[in-house]
Design a protein around this ligand. Structure first.
Ligand SMILES: Cc1cc2nc3c(=O)[nH]c(=O)nc-3n(C[C@H](O)[C@H](O)[C@H](O)COP(=O)(O)OP(=O)(O)OC[C@H]3O[C@@H](n4cnc5c(N)ncnc54)[C@H](O)[C@@H]3O)c2cc1C
Length: 402
């Protein structure tokens, strides 16, 4: 006999935890099901930090980040934990090919009413002498940039679900999903759960999960074949899973200049993708990483071995641009990106099922929106719409319009 809930959420990474948190704040009885332990390191949501920024070249993401910030503050109030550290962010480029993105960031911030300052190389060096940048550099400083404590945020959301009477299942992989327009039935290795609403937030495992379970989807109202085709196209779509690698370095000298009060989070726009980093944290290290740099991997294989070549190239980057920071390698972290071809997210209702949403909000930049993504998912399955700015991310709606 299936245990009954108002909503089932599959996956306790940032997206699933946030959806479960928002649904439980709405007074819904939720079960959140995770295949590993909460806070595990095999997916995308673990670690000390993720960049938070309004600073995006696309106005839609700037607005969505601005909508997500008050939700982060709600989570801090709810949990009594400091999770978002707003210290400012510097986005810059020294290659003319990337100036357009930096200029678009300033436009997107201004259009949305967010504060920003445009800086030339001289001013960047005056404020942040840690940077060894050429005279051609242009940049934008946004005081709203900063970082989020990633694993701590996931844990905080999960704890708040439990505090509100929700059920959290760990080490319980979902094996089967059956859905009608009224009810979702989810079978795991340990139990069976039924609810009116279902949110699937399985990260890098989403295609495998749907591939195994999608043939159990049946719409009672509309033509099931048409919907199945759209879902099938999603499962077949080229979602790419890669292993990425931030690295922690101990500064060689002037370590105090890399503290958060003197050194904002940063994104260096370059080709083919940007490089980014964080100020020194409690362990006395700066963290840096290349965006969209790692090899394609199968998320079901358990190995997550760091790649020494990525570390070597990152150190060379620091030696060139942040020479005082280019010290000993203290830790190499592995983490998965699940990337769509256009680098937007998937946050949408499954066609034909107003009670089922799928979230694949990674593409390497989803964390900052977690609380907003949770709000959007909770809204979609309850009301069929949301005020969150997810117009770039309604995957099925955009396919239908194309
Ligand atoms: C190195 C790195 C750096 C990043 N930096 C930033 C940044 O600075 N700023 C930013 O905004 N974003 C950043 N991101 C992106 C951000 O971390 C991701 O967008 C986000 O974590 C994705 O969360 P998710 O919930 O979609 O996936 P996940 O965290 O992978 O969660 C999915 C969960 O579903 C579970 N699951 C899967 N299948 C099943 C099943 N069958 N049954 C039960 N559970 C299942 C998985 O175990 C997993 O816990 C970064 C990502 C990485 C990897």
């Amino acid at each position: 006999m299936a245990e009954k809930f108002d909503a089932i959420v599959i996956g306790a990474g940032m997206a699933g935890s946030a959806a479960a948190w928002q649904l439980s704040r709405d007074g819904k009885r939720v079960v959140l099901i995770e295949q590993f332990e909460i806070g595990h390191v095999r997916g995308s949501s673990h670690g000390e930090s993720r960049i938070f920024r309004f600073a995006y070249p696309q106005q839609e993401y700037a607005k969505f980040a601005m909508q997500s910030k008050p939700q982060w503050l709600e989570l801090e109030r709810d949990s009594g934990k400091k999770l978002l550290h707003s210290i400012g962010g510097l986005d810059f480029a020294d290659d003319a090919e990337c100036f357009g993105e930096v200029e678009q960031i300033a436009t997107a911030l201004r259009t949305n009413g967010a504060a920003c300052e445009e800086l030339d190389a001289k001013e960047i060096r005056r404020r942040y002498p840690q940077w060894n940048i050429p005279d051609s550099t242009i940049g934008v400083f946004s005081p709203d940039g900063g970082w989020i404590e990633a694993t701590n945020a996931v844990r905080a959301m999960v704890e708040q679900v439990a505090r509100r009477g929700g059920t959290v299942k760990e080490n319980e992989p979902v094996a089967r999903i059956r859905v009608t327009e009224d009810e979702a039935l989810v079978k795991t290795t340990r139990g069976e759960y039924a609810a009116g609403k279902l949110i699937i937030a399985a990260g890098a495992w989403v295609k495998g999960l749907l591939d195994k379970t999608m043939f159990s989807f049946k719409s009672l109202r509309d033509d099931p074949d048409q919907h199945m085709q759209k879902l099938f196209r999603f499962v077949q779509s080229p979602l790419k899973v890669t292993q990425e690698q931030p690295v922690y370095f101990a500064p060689i000298r002037n370590a105090e200049s890399f503290g958060p009060e003197r050194f904002p989070i940063w994104i260096h726009y370059r080709k083919p993708h940007f490089t980014y980093g964080f100020p020194m944290g409690a362990r006395g290290c700066v963290k840096a990483a290349f965006h969209h740099d790692g090899p394609v991997i199968d998320p079901t294989q358990p190995e997550r071995t760091p790649n020494p070549d990525a570390t070597r190239r990152l150190k060379e980057y620091l030696q060139k641009y942040l020479p005082d920071a280019a010290g000993e390698v203290v830790e190499e972290v592995t983490c998965l990106y699940t990337t769509t071809p256009n680098h937007h997210f998937v946050i949408d209702l499954v066609p034909g099922f107003p009670n089922v949403a799928i979230a694949s909000p990674c593409s390497g930049h989803g964390f900052k929106f977690a609380t907003g993504i949770g709000r959007a998912l909770a809204d979609l399955v309850q009301f069929g719409r949301t005020d969150m700015e997810i117009s770039l991310n309604r995957w099925f709606a955009r396919q239908a319009a194309a």
